[in-house]
Design a protein around this ligand. Structure first.
Ligand SMILES: [Fe+2]
Ligand SMILES: [Fe+2]
Length: 166
């Protein structure tokens, strides 16, 4: 018998998946990325997104509460894949290219989070859980703003790096 049989089960499973991602980002991934990058604007962007990410964790935990459940993480295989790919690429790349590698990893992660929150808010909306929708929307909005910032920085870094290499 499958263990996920209702839209509510699926919602809670996917909520646990994004909780795993947000906690990993807040506790490990963003702090180590902040240590790794050299570009000032990129680093300060990561620092403010770390603050936002701590809030994302709290919002997701609150959504569990709205559903009358204890927060429960599900190991997110997609995020682990992104992380493994990033770690491998950092190892293979020269130090002048690390910021571009990192900005690419940040963009991939934001896109992953955006897709996850779009799906979750859609399911919560369909179940009539408007309070949960508002909390998920708060996270979604910040992920989208962050992606725009990351893309701006990526363009500048790519141009600067190409110029320096010419
Ligand atoms: Fe987030
Ligand atoms: Fe994010």
């Amino acid at each position: 018998m499958p263990e996920i049989t209702t839209p509510r089960d699926l919602f809670l499973h996917e909520l646990g998946d994004i909780l795993y991602v947000e906690r990993q980002l807040a506790q490990h991934t963003l702090p180590s990325l902040i240590d790794e990058v050299s570009d000032e604007e990129f680093r300060s962007g990561l620092e403010s997104h770390l603050d936002q990410t701590r809030r994302h964790v709290a919002n997701v935990e609150q959504v569990f509460e709205i559903f009358g459940e204890e927060p429960k993480v599900e190991k997110c295989v997609g995020f682990e894949g992104l992380k493994a790919e990033h770690d491998q690429l950092v190892e293979e790349s020269s130090s002048a290219l690390i910021d571009i590698v990192d900005v690419g990893a940040a963009a991939r992660t934001e896109n992953y989070e955006i897709a996850a929150y779009e799906g979750l808010r859609r399911m919560a909306k369909a179940m009539g859980e408007d309070e949960a929708v508002d909390l998920l929307d708060e996270n979604l909005k910040q992920e989208k703003e962050t992606l725009r910032e990351v893309e701006k920085i990526a363009t500048r870094l790519s141009n600067e790096t190409a110029k320096a290499a010419a």
